[in-house]
Design a protein around this ligand. Structure first.
Ligand SMILES: C[S@@+](CC[C@H](N)C(=O)[O-])C[C@H]1O[C@@H](n2cnc3c(N)ncnc32)[C@H](O)[C@@H]1O
Length: 281
């Protein structure tokens, strides 16, 4: 198992000697509290990846590997999974539990100990990327999401999720009980940290509306719009002229006279001002 970057032993709950057991207990508590079986939960979480046979997938923060069987199943007996985590203690258990099992299902499985905010993979290397459960505690959440976006091909899906109560529940007794129990439930879904090129974004909540799940499609360009379509009406102009063509401030009374003149002449304000300025040059 290649080691690119790892957290020193004992730095967090995930790097203690019995980290996987602690995580197993925490996961069992979550499943019992929210009354769902693990297989239904994982299916629901991973469905937004739209995986198909033969694809290459990265799982960041894969931990003890609990996401892996469901993801492997979605690849229908052929595909590649790279499972990475910053905790050696967690990932070694994951490799032990699921390495051979997944190979038996026809999946090429690789494990790498590395930092999800600095992935040791080239651009567009994967068809999809998935993360569940560690994002809120990444030192740089934006970078963690940007890295998943970077390593996925244009058109591929990225799905991320972690604790975070839906906003309409946050200040109810239900929400306050959960946040009191674990402050991570107070986190917001990091929509503002998505790359500016993200497309087909969706946000849902799982587990009693207490975990956000964001999915988006990777794209190599910003949304394509036409910024020169003229507005019909009093103001006139277009997105381009209104944004890039702003002038200095003038006397308000003069401005009002110009607007009144434009209206009298049946011109938009932009048409009238542009005609005056052209004439005066
Ligand atoms: C709650 S566990 C989730 C494990 C697994 N995804 C699951 O759902 O069972 C969170 C994992 O994120 C990992 N993690 C936290 N920060 C990380 C980082 N910067 N890079 C990679 N993994 C990280 C932790 O080591 C831990 O194994």
């Amino acid at each position: 198992m290649p080691v690119f970057a790892s957290e020193p032993t004992g730095t967090s709950e995930y790097t203690s000697e019995n980290a996987a057991t602690i995580h197993d207990n925490a996961l069992r508590w979550v499943l019992q509290t929210f009354g769902i079986d693990e297989s239904s939960l994982r299916k629901s979480l991973t469905s937004g990846l739209n995986l198909c046979k033969g694809q290459k997938l990265i799982v960041t923060g894969a931990g003890a590997g609990n996401d892996l069987p469901c993801l492997a199943q979605s690849l229908e007996g052929e595909g590649v999974i790279y499972a990475q985590d910053i905790s050696e203690q967690m990932l070694l258990v994951g490799a032990d539990r699921y390495g051979q099992k997944l190979s038996g299902l026809g999946i090429d499985i690789y494990f790498s100990i590395s930092d999800a905010t600095n992935l040791p993979f080239g651009d567009s290397f994967f068809d999809a990327a998935y993360h569940f459960g560690g994002l809120n505690l990444f030192p740089d959440v934006r970078k963690g999401i940007a890295e998943m976006n970077r390593v996925v091909k244009s058109g591929g899906r990225v799905v991320i999720g972690d604790e975070g109560i839906a906003p309409w529940l946050k200040h109810t007794e239900y929400g306050e009980m959960l946040i009191h129990n674990n402050p991570l439930y107070a986190y917001d879904a990091p929509l503002s940290l998505l790359p500016d090129t993200a497309e087909s974004v969706n946000l849902t909540w799982e587990l009693g509306n207490c975990f956000y799940v964001i999915g988006f499609t990777v794209s190599d360009r910003l949304p394509q719009i036409s910024i020169d379509i003229p507005h019909v009406g009093k103001r006139g102009g277009s997105i381009r002229t209104r944004y890039f063509g702003q002038l200095e401030g003038i006397a308000p009374a003069l401005r009002d006279q110009l607007y009144a003149d434009a209206e009298r002449l049946g011109l938009s304000r932009v048409e009238y001002l542009e005609s005056l300025l052209r004439k005066s040059r």
